[in-house]
Write a protein that binds this ligand. Sequence first.
Ligand code: THU
Length: 127
Amino acid sequence: MKNSDLADLARNIAEKAYAPYSNFRVGAALITDSGNIYTGCNIENASYPATVCAEDVAVVKAISEGEKSIDTIAVACIDAESDTAIFPCGISRQRLAEFDTKKVIIVEKDGYKEYTFDEILPYNFKF
Ligand code: THU
């Protein structure tokens, strides 16, 4: 799958977000090293800390299906006020580090940008 297709998938899955509290819709689409695709959206909760990030949903789906490592993840969320794209939160970055994620695509209003995982989370914690 092309990076542009992964970016489009992330954009589309954001529409499935359950985000009644923040109205902040996030979509994620990842391709594993074995070539399979998994998507996720954020799922909020009235008990706010129970909210799950879009990236984490995609990671949980992939790993629970037997995937071992992630090649690329695309993340889509355009902040309506500033028109700028969001980057994964720190906890989601750490979850992605665990499964050897190589590249991150940040979806923008028009198009997307590509980053290496090391740019997104340098000196990441693993043992
Ligand atoms: N959110 C994500 O889905 N991914 C991130 O990396 C940052 C934050 C969601 C969680 C919550 O539903 C909303 O964005 C506002 O924090």
